[in-house]
Design a protein around this ligand. Structure first.
Ligand code: FEO
Length: 170
C-alpha cells in the first residue's frame, strides 16, 4: 500500500517519463529528417527505454493497490539545433529526471515507505547510466565541433547502439 501523496508523486513521475519518451521520439524524427540515421537510431532506442520506465512505474502503482492517473503529455519541441545542442538538451533533461527521482526517494524516506524505497533504487541506478550514456556521446561531439567528417563518424558509431543492459529489472 502507498500513501495518497506517494501515489500522486508516482503518477507525476509517470507523466515525466512519458514526456521523456515523447521528447526522444521527436529528437529521433528530427535527426532522421536531418540525414543523421545513427543519431535517429540512438534516440529511438532511448524512446523505447523511456517506455520501459513508464510501464515499470505504472505496474508498481497498480501492484500497490494505487490508482493510475494518466495526465496530458506536454508537446515536445520540433527543432533541436545541431547534434551537440541535441545532446546538451538531452543531458539537461536527464539531470532534471534524476532530481525528480531523488525527490521521490526523499518522499519515500520521509514516509518510511520501505517498499517504494526499494522500488525506486532501480531508477536511482538507472539514472546514473542514463547520464553516463549521454555523456559518452557528448564528449566526442565536443571534440569534433562542426567538422562534417567527424559528425558522420559519430553518426555511424551511434547507428550500432544496441539495447543497453539496464540494471536488473526485477
Ligand atoms: Fe526515464 Fe531517461 O529517464
Amino acid at each position: 500500500m502507498i500513501s495518497k501523496d506517494m501515489q500522486k508523486a508516482l503518477n507525476e513521475q509517470v507523466n515525466k517519463e512519458f514526456y521523456s519518451a515523447y521528447l526522444y521520439l521527436a529528437m529521433s524524427a528530427y535527426c532522421s529528417t536531418a540525414g543523421l540515421p545513427g543519431f535517429a537510431h540512438w534516440m529511438r532506442l532511448q524512446y523505447e527505454e523511456e517506455n520501459l520506465h513508464v510501464t515499470k512505474m505504472y505496474d508498481y502503482i497498480l501492484d500497490q493497490g494505487g490508482e493510475v492517473d494518466l495526465k496530458m503529455i506536454e508537446e515536445p519541441p520540433k527543432e533541436f539545433g545541431t547534434p551537440l545542442e541535441i545532446f546538451e538538451k538531452t543531458l539537461e533533461h536527464e539531470q532534471f529526471i534524476t532530481k525528480s527521482i531523488h525527490n521521490l526517494m526523499g518522499l519515500a524516506v520521509d514516509e518510511r515507505d520501505y517498499a517504494t524505497q526499494a522500488f525506486l533504487q532501480w531508477y536511482v541506478t538507472e539514472q546514473v547510466e542514463e547520464e553516463a550514456n549521454v555523456q559518452d556521446v557528448l564528449n566526442p561531439l565536443r571534440m569534433v565541433g562542426n567538422d562534417k567528417g567527424g559528425l558522420m563518424m559519430i553518426d555511424q558509431k551511434l547507428g550500432g547502439r544496441a539495447v543497453s543492459a539496464a540494471p536488473a529489472a526485477e
